[in-house]
Ligand binder design. Structure first.
Ligand SMILES: [Zn+2]
Length: 219
């Protein structure tokens, strides 16, 4: 961040569901049924917005980060009791394979043209370092070089454990801070001593300056 600026705006996208499947029926039951059912019948995919976002950002002269999710299969690594929990199904239905040719193509194309590719740590990975390591390895394999950061799915964080994992795995930043229910940052996160330590650990800019504390680095 430049010294004469109080803050910097970073554009980021979590790639949760790039394919519209079950959502056509689910949303049709809640609102605009004709529109949602049409997207199912015509087999169009309004969730595939990579080209639109790329064109828009190129036109505006900006580049964002895309964080890719690698959710484990429902039946892999979870107890049978978990298989029957609807909350679990939501995490798995409509998930995608980051190694599939069409997703891998998008990742490489974005990267080649200056967009950042990052990790969108899966639902439970905030408390599972080995899972995070696996997801990072798979994504870097597709990408062909190391990634530097990302954001946890659902903004799940176990402070400071999740950041220890990130640090151990060589990630340099985490964009999970914040709340999915309110604007800004929850007070408990803002004032946590570990947040201050984390900010102190952030890499220095070109002139050797670091954010001085949560007031500047987190808000
Ligand atoms: Zn997400």
């Amino acid at each position: 961040m430049r010294d004469d600026h109080a803050f910097a705006l970073c554009l980021t996208h979590d790639v949760d569901r790039p394919f519209k499947t079950y959502q056509s029926i689910y949303y049709a039951l809640q609102e605009r049924p004709l529109y949602h059912l049409k997207t199912a019948i015509r087999r169009t995919n309004p969730y595939w917005q990579f080209d639109e976002i790329r064109s828009l950002e190129a036109e505006l002269g900006v580049r964002s980060a895309f964080y890719f999710l690698n959710e484990p299969h429902l039946f892999r690594g979870t107890s049978p009791r978990e298989w029957f929990r609807p909350a679990r199904w939501v995490q798995h239905i409509g998930s995608y394979d980051v190694e599939s040719p069409e997703i891998a193509d998008v990742i490489r194309c974005l990267d080649a043209n200056g967009w950042e590719i990052g990790l969108h740590g899966s639902f439970d990975s905030y408390r599972d370092k080995e899972r995070l390591r696996y997801e990072k390895d798979v994504l870097e394999n597709v990408l062909g070089h190391p990634i530097v950061g990302g954001r946890q799915h659902y903004l799940h964080l176990d402070v400071p454990e999740t950041w220890r994992y990130h640090d151990d795995l060589g990630l340099q930043y985490d964009a999970s801070l914040g709340s999915s229910h309110e604007y800004g940052f929850p007070a408990r996160v803002r004032t946590a001593p570990s947040v201050r330590r984390f900010v102190r650990r952030l890499p220095a800019d070109r002139d050797g300056n670091r954010p001085s504390g949560p007031r500047r680095g987190v808000r």
